[in-house]
Design a protein around this ligand. Structure first.
Ligand code: AMP
Ligand code: GLY
Length: 427
């Protein structure tokens, strides 16, 4: 089988490594892929993940048998529709369903309409009305750009001045471009965060192992928001009782809501949850696998990923038994100095030759120089994942391996898993 994966980060590397385990996967193309992915797939660097026309043309020319579209941008732009139009079966939601991530106003209105628990909110397309609303809004307030903003379109304003400044920079200053033409102002919630990725074919929803991201740049959850500095799985806050409530109050109602709206979702639906005192609530939906959640979730998947993805496309997920390892996984992201601000690229990377069998380095932001040297090429450069029987052992092995990877300016959080370990200590 010829398979194509759209995207070129750590998440895509994890997907590709898992797809490769199926002996039927003869050739896997990555569009565009990256320096490290090139060891596992045929990279096509000249086709970017947002170039829908070129992606569909490539799929037709290469007679691709199965495609996976991983990043949010192409999904929201309609890459799955374009691939289906040229006859290529594709894992991922169509454009009409990807709007669940593409528009926060859409997703908040959906949750309100169908009684799915989430933070209280108001939506605005006019700045003066938003500013007037803030005068009596409770603080802190959370201000979100409607559209895609690389995970950076969220401001938690502690007081009225910060809230006004955020609204002005998003709506008048166009900080996130057209993504900020509309905004959502929502109630600030507190509680531990849980990510649950799920497979869905529109009829059943199968949650994967739960995970926890660490979005802030610095130890102790300090510093600016990033795309994610590390992850652990499973998430100890996602107890069986919480899982049951999530299924009944969030997962199934979301699936049914999307069906009722004529926007059946097939693919990976990401639930970003907060476990509040009033129970689990949705922080956000994503229409795709999380990055770097995928780098701890897929290594724990025992069932063949290609078979699961095909079942999601064909509507036969309900007939499958999807199995997970009992152990834990931890991923430590190694980033470029300066990230999430500006950073330099092109630093040579040295990888240890002798990694233990339970450790995998997923490549996110790197490229191969003409002479074959691996060079840094992004903010988040590598994700070092370890799987082990316990979270403690997984963290220890991930950190030990992360210490052996080298590039100039390498930075990482030294406390990935601290909240999860604290939660386990309390039980
Ligand atoms: P998002 O991009 O929507 O995932 O938001 C980024 C981060 O902001 C989340 O992971 C939360 O930590 C935080 N956040 C978003 N919405 C809220 C909210 N309503 N209350 C508290 N924290 C929030
Ligand atoms: N790790 C958060 C995300 O993928 O959106």
């Amino acid at each position: 089988m010829k398979i194509m994966v759209v995207g070129g980060g750590g998440r895509e590397h994890a997907i590709i490594k898992k797809l490769k385990e199926n002996p039927e996967a003869e050739t896997i193309y990555a569009l565009p892929g990256n320096g490290g992915i090139a060891a596992d797939a045929v990279c096509v660097p000249e086709i970017g993940a947002k170039d829908i026309v070129a992606i569909a043309r490539f799929a037709r020319e290469k007679e691709i048998d199965f495609a996976v579209v991983a990043p949010d941008d192409p999904l929201v732009l309609g890459a799955v529709d374009a691939l289906e139009a040229v006859g290529v079966p594709c894992f991922g939601p169509r454009r009409e369903a990807a709007v669940i991530e593409g528009s926060k106003v859409f997703s908040k209105d959906l949750m309100k309409k169908y009684g799915i628990p989430t933070a209280a909110y108001e939506a605005f397309s006019d700045m003066d009305s938003a500013l007037a609303y803030l005068e009596t809004a409770p603080m802190p307030a959370v201000i979100k750009a409607d559209g895609l903003a690389l995970g950076k379109g969220v401001v938690i304003a502690q007081n009225l001045d910060e809230a006004r400044a955020a609204v002005q920079s998003i709506m008048a200053g166009k900080k996130f471009g057209a993504a900020g033409d509309q905004i959502v102002i929502e109630e600030f919630m507190t509680g531990p965060e849980v990510t649950v990725l799920s497979f869905t074919d529109g009829e059943v929803v199968v949650p994967m192992v739960s995970s926890m991201d660490h979005k802030r740049a610095l130890d102790g959850d300090q510093g600016p928001n990033t795309g994610g500095m590390g992850t652990i799985a499973p998430n100890p806050y996602y107890t069986p009782a919480v899982a049951k409530r999530c299924m009944e109050e969030i997962f199934l109602p979301t699936l049914h809501a999307m069906n009722a709206e004529g926007r059946t979702f097939r693919g990976c639906l990401y639930f970003g949850l907060m476990i509040t005192r009033d129970g689990p609530k949705v922080i956000e939906y994503n229409c795709r696998f999380g990055d770097p959640e995928t780098q701890v979730v897929l290594p724990l998947l025992k069932t063949d990923l290609l078979t699961v993805m095909q079942a999601a496309v064909h509507g036969t997920l309900g007939e499958m038994n999807i199995e997970w390892s009992d152990g834990a996984a931890a991923c430590v992201i190694l980033a470029s100095e300066g990230y999430p601000g500006s950073y330099e690229k092109g630093k040579p990377i040295t990888l240890p030759g002798d990694l233990p069998g339970n450790v995998t380095v997923y490549h996110a932001g790197d490229k191969l120089a003409d002479d074959g040297t691996l060079l840094t090429n992004g903010g988040r450069v590598l994700g070092v994942t370890a799987c082990a029987p316990t979270l403690e052992a997984a963290l220890e092995d991930a950190y030990e391996a992360a210490g052996k990877v080298d590039f100039a300016g390498k930075q990482f959080r030294s406390d990935i898993g601290f909240l999860a370990l604290a939660a386990k200590g309390r039980r």
